[in-house]
Design a protein around this ligand. Structure first.
Ligand code: BES
Ligand code: MN
Ligand code: ZN
Length: 498
């Protein structure tokens, strides 16, 4: 892991392999005025003769021939000042650390792109740490990139709040990486039992309570939705429940429910073979939810939280559930199975109803790679959010604007419920081709009672896929989408106390 520290030292005086300086396009003075004269004079020449203009993401490397302490300088283009945002800072920070690795350096120093406030500090920290992530557990020979070990952020005034931001960002980035590592596991090494094991290890490491409900207990509880979906697999289903107690017992908890299908073949309604391997990522919602509660515990947030991960493998076999089956769900409603590939909503539904009855939560968020329709609707870079509560949704939108994890609300109008009416049961698990991401949420709405609830469909954003934009801090594979935003939401709640 990269170590990032603050140091109060003039850029030209810093002993470093590489000094990184950001330059806004057309406004080089913004940089020059922050540098000592002997340093800015070198750069001035390059900028004035047009060799480096500062277009977004461009870079220019120059040696210093021992004239100043840093061995080399890298200019990095920040683009037009008016376009600059926290997300741009995150992307640039990521680009820098990737470039440094490419150069084979293990260390660099950075002059912050502008006044180092808390937002910029967070963005730089995230950009650097998240871009260097690599899932290399299964590689016999390490990749060609060098290891980046140390980054120094150069400041001109001490501000203890920035160190505090770094300390917290560190815990959050750790959680994102935890989520990526878990999501990226191949399905042969990550059956539901493995997720249960990871949750139990997590509970040991942090101050968390964990309960794993096995098949026989699901039967006596009536969690027939989860049982049905998992029946076809020889890997036993698990209902994993993790509790974090950060506040007094009389405070109602937040409930997070994360879809944790360790592999989704579609079951008897078998998926086509193309890209079926990507369905190892069908556990991403569950992994993110687990990472959120991990971060909350690490940050000692003064809240109570429950995370529920229904974990199953959706397989075709002689013991699978079938199209045509009617399931009596945990809350008593009956569901006609129209398609066994619409399995996510079934396991989420039981978990939501069980979570509400057991914990009486104050608010609920479910996170799931639920529908291909979410990708058709918003593409692979924006998650679908659907809610029954405007205020709660507003909080999530605000959090997402700060983290750069894009999401967009779709409406759950009453009429969408018509599409999941069944002739033989209360509802069916299929809503037809129109508005597929919304009818999936309409299904879930049958199981959330009157609780404030947000449904987050991360089918497009949970891993890098066709249509994913290139972003420095999002390497290939699982993205850990949602972790930073949901933690942000919880932290805002902590600060506003309502
Ligand atoms: N896990 C899939 C959704 C999915 C598909 C996510 C592709 C990301 C990429 C889910 O279980 C599923 O199969 N959904 C079906 C629902 C349909 C049968 C109503 C879908 O979206 O095709
Ligand atoms: Mn499916
Ligand atoms: Zn699925």
């Amino acid at each position: 892991m990269v170590q990032i520290k603050l140091e109060k030292v003039k850029p030209g005086m810093k002993q470093t392999q590489l000094l990184v300086l950001g330059l806004y396009e057309g406004e080089p003075e913004l940089l020059f005025k922050r540098l000592e004269n002997n340093l800015s004079s070198v750069i001035k020449e390059i900028v004035e003769n047009g060799e480096f203009t500062g277009t977004f993401g461009s870079n220019y490397l120059l040696p210093t021939f021992g004239k100043i302490r840093p061995k080399r300088i890298m200019l990095i283009g920040l683009g037009k000042k008016e376009k600059y945002s926290k997300e741009y800072a995150r992307i640039i920070a990521g680009k820098i650390s990737l470039k440094v690795q490419e150069l084979g350096l293990g260390e660099f120093s950075l002059v912050p792109f502008s006044v180092l406030d808390e937002d910029l500090a967070e963005a730089i920290f995230e950009g650097i740490c998240l871009s260097t992530y690599k899932f290399s557990k299964y590689k016999s020979v390490p990749g060609k990139l060098s290891e980046l070990n140390d980054v120094t952020i150069l400041i001109d005034t001490d501000d203890p709040s920035i160190q505090a931001v770094f300390d917290k960002s560190n815990l959050i980035v750790d959680a994102v990486i935890f989520s990526r590592d878990l999501c990226n596991l191949p399905p042969n090494d990550c059956p539901p039992a493995e997720l249960a094991r990871v949750a139990m290890a997590l509970a040991n490491e942090y101050n968390l309570k964990v309960r794993v409900i096995e098949r026989y207990e699901m039967e006596s509880l009536g969690l027939n939705g989860i049982i049905s979906v998992g029946k076809g697999s020889s890997n036993q289903s698990k209902l994993i429940i993790v509790e974090y107690h950060g506040a007094s017992e009389n405070q109602r908890p937040y409930l997070f429910v994360g879809k944790a299908v360790t592999f989704d073949t579609g079951g008897i309604s078998l998926k086509p073979g193309e890209k079926m391997d990507e369905m190892k990522f069908d556990k991403c919602g569950g992994c993110s939810v687990l990472a959120v509660i991990r971060a909350a515990a690490a940050l000692h947030l003064p809240l109570n939280i429950v995370a529920i991960l229904p974990s199953v493998e959706n397989m075709p076999s002689g013991s699978s559930y079938r199209p045509g089956d009617i399931i009596r769900m945990y809350n008593g409603k009956t569901v006609e199975v129209a398609n066994t590939d619409a399995e996510g909503r079934i396991i989420l539904a039981d978990s939501l109803a069980f979570g509400i009855r057991t914990y009486d939560p104050k608010a609920i968020i479910d996170v799931a790679t639920l529908t291909g329709a979410a990708i058709i609707a918003l593409g692979a870079n924006v998650a679908v959010a659907i809610s029954n509560n405007i205020q709660f949704m507003d909080k999530l939108k605000k959090a997402s604007e700060k983290t750069g994890e894009k999401l967009w609300e779709l409406p759950l109008y009453e009429e969408f419920h018509d599409q999941i009416k069944s002739n033989v049961a209360d509802i069916k698990n299929l809503g037809g081709r129109q508005g597929g991401a919304i009818t999936a949420a309409a299904f879930l709405a049958n199981f959330v009672a009157d609780k404030p609830w947000i449904h987050l469909d991360i089918a497009g954003t949970a891993w890098t896929q066709d249509g994913t934009y290139e972003r420095s801090y999002i390497p290939k594979g699982a993205t850990g989408y949602g972790v930073r935003t949901l933690v942000k939401l919880l932290r805002e709640d902590e600060s506003t106390k309502n």
